[in-house]
Design a protein around this ligand. Structure first.
Ligand code: GTP
Length: 170
């Protein structure tokens, strides 16, 4: 019987970009328009099977509000992967992603896997979003952009599964 691998994933990003919503969509398949701001952080577990191997994903959702920024290291310190989330309709939230990446590059594990979720894609009409700049930035850090919507569910399974699969080969 193959070992039950455990991976620790941390979500980081600005306030209100949809980190909690992505986790709740992925784990419980629910969405709330009135999702409240996270205080400090919260934890959820998800069991999945990747290529026949049982994997436990332990997910840490962090608070995005600036006043909680200093708590970051507690959660990313021993993380295998980080999912950096921004709001596709708000460029400032992408700057916060860059800031987190810099911090992770300096402070986190050297082989931490990073993926970027361009969330709230349901708010952009007829897929007219522009993620070119984000994509070229992601390439420079060896990462990928996933267009997601916690509201509609678009891209949500994909990003969590990709980041977990990627981890298996690190
Ligand atoms: P903090 O806890 O402050 O860091 O916020 P967060 O990043 O966890 O965001 P949260 O999941 O609390 O969502 C903030 C608001 O955005 C809520 O009102 C959600 O309903 C809404 N929201 C989250 N994801 C989406 C999405 O994909 N589409 C739309 N339209 N709204 C979303």
């Amino acid at each position: 019987r193959p070992p039950n691998l455990t991976f620790k994933l941390v979500l980081l990003g600005d306030g209100r970009v949809g980190k909690t919503s992505l986790v709740l969509r992925y784990v419980n398949n629910v969405f709330s328009e009135k999702q409240e701001a996270t205080v400090q952080a919260f934890y959820l577990k998800k069991h999945l099977v990747i290529e026949g191997v049982p994997v436990t994903l332990s997910i840490w959702d962090t608070a995005g509000q600036e006043r909680f920024h200093a708590l970051g290291p507690i959660y990313y310190r021993d993380a295998d992967a980080a999912l950096l989330v921004y709001d596709i309709t708000d460029n400032d939230t992408f700057l916060r992603v860059r800031k987190w990446v810099k911090e992770l590059q300096q402070m986190a594990s050297k082989d931490i896997v990073m993926a970027i979720a361009a969330n709230k894609s349901d708010l952009v009409r007829s897929k007219k979003y522009d993620i070119q700049e984000a994509e070229s930035y992601a390439a420079t850090i060896g990462s990928k952009i996933f267009v997601t919507s916690a509201k509609s569910g678009t891209g949500v399974d994909e990003v969590f599964i990709d980041i977990t699969t990627h981890n298996r080969y690190v």
